[in-house]
Design a protein around this ligand. Sequence first.
Ligand SMILES: Nc1ncnc2c1ncn2[C@@H]1O[C@H](COP(=O)(O)OP(=O)(O)OP(=O)(O)O)[C@@H](O)[C@H]1O
Ligand SMILES: [Mg+2]
Length: 269
Amino acid sequence: MSRVIGVISIKGGVGKTTTAVNLATVLANDFNKKVLLVDANYYAPNLNFHLGILDPINTLNDVFQDKIKIFDAVYKHNLNFHFIASSLISRQIDPMKLRNQIKTIRSFYEVIILDSSPSLNDEMLSVMLSSDELLVVTTPDYSTLSTTLKAVRVAKQKGIPINGLILNKVRKNKCELSLNDIEKATGIHVLGILPDEEKTIEAQHSLTPITQYLPNSEMSIEYKHIAAALIHEKYNDPRFFSNIKSFFSRKIDKHEINREVFRQKIKRD
Ligand SMILES: Nc1ncnc2c1ncn2[C@@H]1O[C@H](COP(=O)(O)OP(=O)(O)OP(=O)(O)O)[C@@H](O)[C@H]1O
Ligand SMILES: [Mg+2]
């Protein structure tokens, strides 16, 4: 059975594309899943740049214009997943078009990840309508939280389940909202906490997802934990020092508990 997971937020720059790319990379390479990654930010596409594909030839827009079939837009990436790029488009796109195309192709994959636009427009609507489940990416500040609340509200109105929040660019300083604040405000569990990691930009500059560029960084390990929970598997941190630390510490972080609860829920469903 394939699952279509939309990665959304109603704010630019919070880390949707970084999350979509890295989850696809990890699911394909660390968990051996058949993965398709789709750039559904089709008014301002940029996912291809994260993957080193600077000028994609066949894109989703060609599919929408009936110039090619969806299968002809699939790019077989050397990171062991498939990818469909977008190219700049100025026309309005019927939000149902993406859903229909995903229906055609979904049986070939175990996980399909849709990277969304930051605007509450037809693009995001098309991602919501095409997804079985959503991940909402947010950063721990008031202005982003207000847009996250909106995203959660819209998803709930459309009846699309939200797997959880991904809290990105976390600096662990006093000015940030806490996990509890964010969970209380949104009513959604946090499934992952990603640090504000300068190397992400370095990785992007080298056109490589951070999970490949620095596979044992805190950020990469957290992506592997999130990906594992999504497919109800467990990931064991291979780093010696973090294993020693968790052996002596009795405290389990709330987002780790959330992941376990989510894993069990998926198993039951
Ligand atoms: N945890 C992180 N630490 C530091 N930089 C990050 C982190 N996550 C993402 N970035 C950087 O932030 C920038 C924006 O990230 P990204 O493109 O993933 O956001 P986005 O939500 O997809 O943006 P848009 O809404 O414009 O599509 C990129 O330069 C990316 O490398
Ligand atoms: Mg993006």
